[in-house]
Design a protein. Structure first.
Length: 125
């Protein structure tokens, strides 16, 4: 009987930890979303063409983000789905960005040139 109580207590503690981890993860995602959306909107307002390139989004999406009201922006950010994502599907691009053994500025320039040749939809996907 005592063994059953210990097992049940451990099970409840494990579930409580899982729920807390999930809650913490959702809170972190919401915070990242809000930061990303605020940054994206500011970049678009400052220089739309550069923002489109750096964010890897279409002009239509840039205009949509720029037109969001603060309430709409907060509602989007409150999602438990991460709104931003990695754009580096190709190992070559990832290696060029992270390769610190070579001249960093040259590596970033090469990466920008390669990414400029990609269709916008492929980068945003």
């Amino acid at each position: 009987m005592a063994q059953d109580a210990i097992v049940e207590r451990d099970r409840v503690a494990s579930l409580r930890g899982l729920i807390m981890n999930t809650t913490l993860l959702h809170a972190e995602i919401k915070e990242a979303n809000l930061s990303y959306m605020l940054l994206a909107r500011q970049m678009i307002q400052d220089d739309q063409a550069t923002a489109i390139f750096r964010l890897g989004i279409s002009e239509e999406l840039a205009e949509l983000i720029a037109s969001l009201s603060p309430a709409q922006l907060l509602k989007m950010a409150a999602s438990n789905i991460l709104l931003c994502g990695f754009r580096f599907d190709e190992k070559l691009l990832l290696n060029m960005i992270t390769d610190y053994n070579k001249d960093r500025m040259m590596s970033q320039a090469h990466t920008a040139i390669l990414m400029a040749g990609y269709p916008m939809e492929a980068l945003a996907a």
